[in-house]
Ligand binder design. Structure first.
Ligand SMILES: Nc1ncnc2c1ncn2[C@@H]1O[C@H](COP(=O)(O)OP(=O)(O)OP(=O)(O)O)[C@@H](O)[C@H]1O
Ligand SMILES: N[C@@H](CCO)C(=O)O
Length: 323
């Protein structure tokens, strides 16, 4: 259940009035999701999603919401935050920060094939290019600094061989981050969590078209290659073994490169970045699993999945060019 804070029809109507979106036709709580309160809002002016942010603060939100507005203005299929007459896009409802964004059409593609991967690869590259002139800056809050501070916190919950693996991988990534090749990686705003459940497709089975992507609340400025690695580790793997499906991965990278070719440094670091992306989600899943902050709000994902993915990426480094 993902309605932690109730919103009444009168409250929703007051927001619609402020945004000049006409009469409220229906208000429906969304069950999915574990972070925020979400409602589908049907209004005379269209279909929207109302989000009440349960953890993010008024200070943190402008980066995410303005990034979505920036990308939507450049033609990317991301939810556009609705603005009032003063241009404000962040509001307060029941004491929580709130925003109303466009509802994307379609549904998730949880068993993607080459065709879906190509579309996500191209969309990711378009997003990276469109974000280049985004003026706000926020680091990736789930980047190396967070891994370094969180690994010691989760270590006591791990078996000796897991503790050894996570510590060795963290040391490897710290060393990599200090290298000259890493400094050469192109950077900008990244989504950082573009998993299968954050992308929508619509259309007939076998011919689905990407209709948009959402959930920018882990976005931050980091290397574009890291974003690509996060995607490859979710869109292009066998979910049981964690093994990379090289056909899908090659198609994903080729579609990305049609829009933005990778540099030499990016090609060289891709195998290491696939490990970094696996480490990132292994740590966050361990953290959610062993140290739930508000237990009632969390249904943690399985950490063992990303431990398998990391072991796979170490055992079988994958270079996009090798095929
Ligand atoms: N802009 C949107 N357009 C269409 N559907 C949306 C939109 N935003 C959210 N949804 C729907 O609401 C569901 C929950 O949203 P989301 O996944 O962002 O939840 P959350 O609690 O905010 O975050 P998390 O995914 O981290 O749990 C999504 O699975 C999707 O079906
Ligand atoms: N995509 C993350 C959850 C955060 O939205 C995971 O699978 O661990």
């Amino acid at each position: 259940m993902a309605v932690f804070t109730e919103v009444t029809p009168d409250q929703a109507q007051a927001l619609l009035d402020r945004l000049r979106l006409g009469r409220l036709l229906s208000l429906r709580g969304i069950k999915a999701g574990i972070e925020n309160t979400n409602y589908f809002v049907s209004a005379e002016a269209g279909e929207f999603v109302l989000t009440l942010f349960e953890r993010l603060s008024f200070e943190q939100l402008p980066f995410y919401l303005q990034l979505m507005k920036h990308l939507a203005a450049r033609g990317l299929a991301v939810p556009d935050p609705q603005a009032d007459e003063q241009g404000q896009i962040l509001f307060e409802l029941n004491g929580k920060p709130a925003a109303l964004v466009d509802k994307l059409r379609g549904g998730h593609q949880l068993a993607p094939d080459v065709f879906h991967c190509e579309q996500v690869g191209a969309a990711l590259a378009r997003m990276h290019l469109a974000g280049q002139d985004f003026p706000l800056h926020q680091p990736n809050l789930r980047g190396l600094a967070w891994w370094t501070e969180t690994v010691p916190v989760v270590l006591p919950f791990l078996a000796p061989e897991q503790a050894e693996l996570i510590s060795a991988e963290l040391a490897f990534q710290q060393q990599l981050a200090a290298s000259q090749t890493h400094a050469e990686l192109p950077r900008g705003p990244i989504h950082a969590d573009l998993f299968r459940d954050n992308v929508m497709f619509e259309g007939l089975p076998g011919r689905e078209q990407l209709s948009g992507f959402f959930d920018f609340y882990f976005a931050g400025v980091d290397s574009w290659l890291f974003d690509l690695a996060v995607c490859l580790n979710d869109w292009c793997i066998d979910l049981d073994s964690g093994r990379l499906d090289e056909t899908r991965a090659a198609a994903f990278v080729a579609a990305y490169e049609k829009v933005r070719p990778l540099s030499g440094a990016e090609h060289r670091l891709l195998p290491a970045m696939l490990r970094a992306a696996a480490l990132r989600f292994w740590i966050s899943r361990l953290w959610d699993f062993h140290l739930p902050r508000e237990a009632s709000m969390l249904k943690p994902h399985d950490p063992a999945h990303f431990e398998r993915v990391l072991r796979e990426r170490i055992a079988r480094p994958w270079h996009a060019l090798s095929s």
